[in-house]
Design a protein around this ligand. Sequence first.
Ligand code: TMP
Length: 205
Amino acid sequence: MFITFEGIEGSGKTTQARLLHEWLIDNGYEVILTREPGGTPAAEELRKFILSEREEKFPEIAELMLYMAARSFHVQNLIKPVLGSGAIVISDRFSDATLAYQGYGRGLSLKEIKYLNNLATEGVKPDITYLIDVPVEIGMSRIKGRYHDRIEKETLIFHEKVRKGYLKIASENPERIIVIDGTKETEEIFEEIKKTIERRLKNGI
Ligand code: TMP
């Protein structure tokens, strides 16, 4: 089973991914928690490169390609082998993030991103995706005070486009993406997630 978490900055998706990881381990499942960009040594190096500030302009196309390159390392060297061994993979972000950030956020072609995603993922798709949705002001207020990477420093308008993009992607993939109200308490959100996962595990997917 391949589970992904998505959402804007400050949505609380990382906390929920961690809670689910712990809960599945406590229940005897073999499960790996990973993230994008990242998850393997090479992909983590690319993460540092992508998210750090640089003096020259960072072309949007270069950004897109680097996320895809990191995804390719991640899929080939971690996600595919782990899924092949029968374990569960939880990823904090995956291909929907590129559609939301580089597609809806930056305005790059959705069609081209879908094509590149297909190459980078080698067709690997999440079985279930949790989109933890929060209004941008709430997300931003939660990350206030900590270091902001290159993408987090983007304008509120950019993050608003990303949030709307995520909701659109969810509305187009209702069988896979579960939208969760991220303004609720952490425990309440996790209860919702647990219920849907228990049901899926009972049914075998
Ligand atoms: P994080 O906030 O989950 O650590 O993700 C790192 C940043 O990378 C975050 O600002 C979202 C951004 N991102 C993209 O813009 N496109 C992508 O494809 C991925 C995976 C992340």
